[in-house]
Design a protein around this ligand. Structure first.
Ligand code: AQP
Length: 332
């Protein structure tokens, strides 16, 4: 059976983007693949995280996966720092990846901003650790949002260079799986920016634990334009915010964008926003309630993460040993 690896950073409250771009797809795939889902806490610390917040967010991301329907028995759910092979393979891959490759990564440029000398070294080599996460399990498929496409291509380049350098087909080249109507959910305040956990504005995102009032308020305040809803997909030129809201509607309701245009074309944003609010509340409330139930029982989450780490380690350790032998590390 093909194997999936994917992860979410515990770097804040999980967003609708994480749900629609990643976790919801994992639930759809879990019957057809052997799946490993990771709370990537080592990635999260590439930017400052308060330790208490990190602990809480780690449990919350696990709770989000569970509440959305990821089955911890059928799949492996664990946090990255509990399987030390990630860091060990990450180092080897730091020595395989080329500086020129990392220099092209747009996420580093976006996150480091104007003062890149002040960014952590970890943020720079983040894509190498992400490659290690995937290759450590010889994963064949990686379901992600569109924003991770470039990192996935880099992971393939790193796998290929490792195999070529050592003349052995150690790693399969992982295939990205990017699908659904909302592969890139945009900020509610700026349709050219991705919806992110770490956006300083709460109003830029819908959180997976937002209650009905918060969802309604955020959608009401979401940026739009003075024109009516377009009635076909060619009507979105310069209307990024309109397109984003309609994409979100389509994704939540399993509809194509063209069908959303056909249903709401010509109507006002006020009416459309009401419909979107009702839909978002109906789809997200059961998940956020289940998340709260898990968060009230942290021992249950910790037990799932512990069990997941043991099972992940059982797959990872032989691969790490193989890498050590191929590289020439003695294992006395
Ligand atoms: N806006 C988005 N639309 C679609 N997919 C998204 N993902 C994230 N944001 C969107 C997908 O969610 C998975 C987990 O992402 P992550 O937490 O590992 O890192 P990220 O992509 O950097 O997410 P954030 O929310 O923007 O976190 P911060 O603010 O900490 O950087 C990935 O599959 C991602 O594609």
């Amino acid at each position: 059976m093909d194997r999936i690896f994917s992860g979410v950073q515990p770097s804040g409250n999980m967003t609708l983007g994480n749900y629609l771009g990643a976790i919801r797809n994992w639930v759809k795939l879990q019957d057809d693949y052997e799946s490993i889902f990771c709370v990537v806490d080592m990635h999260a610390i590439t930017v400052w995280q308060d330790p208490d917040d990190l602990r809480r967010a780690t449990r919350e991301v696990a709770a989000g996966m569970l509440a959305a329907g990821v089955d911890p028995k059928k799949n492996i759910i664990f946090n990255q720092s509990n399987v030390s092979a990630h860091a060990e393979l990450g180092w080897v891959l730091n020595c395989v990846a080329r500086l020129g490759w990392l220099n092209r990564m747009t996420q580093f440029k976006e996150k480091a901003g104007k003062h890149k000398e002040n960014a952590s070294c970890g943020l720079y080599v983040y894509p190498n650790l992400m490659a290690a996460d995937i290759l450590l399990y010889k994963a064949t498929h990686v379901p992600v949002g569109d924003d991770q496409k470039q990192h996935l291509e880099l992971a393939r380049d790193i796998a290929q260079k490792f195999n070529n350098d050592f003349g052995k087909e150690v790693f399969p080249l992982p295939d990205p799986m990017i699908f659904g109507t909302a592969t890139r959910v945009m900020s509610l305040r700026d349709g050219s920016k991705k919806m992110s956990k770490s956006d300083p504005s709460e109003y830029a995102r819908i959180g997976m634990t937002d209650d009905a009032d918060a969802i309604a308020k955020k959608i009401r305040k979401a940026k739009t334009d003075p024109h009516p809803i377009p009635d076909n997909v060619d009507g979105f030129e310069d209307r990024l915010e309109a397109k984003n809201l309609m994409n979100i509607y389509g994704a939540l309701n399993d509809m194509k964008l063209e069908d959303v245009c056909a249903e709401y074309g010509g109507q006002s944003f006020a009416d459309f926003k009401k419909a979107l609010t009702d839909l978002a509340v109906a789809k997200l409330s059961p998940i956020s309630e289940e998340m709260k139930r898990y968060m009230d029982d942290p021992a249950q989450i910790d037990a799932i993460l512990r069990d997941g780490a043991e099972r992940a380690n059982a797959i990872a350790q032989p691969v790490l040993d193989e890498v050590k032998d191929v590289v020439g590390f003695l294992r006395p």
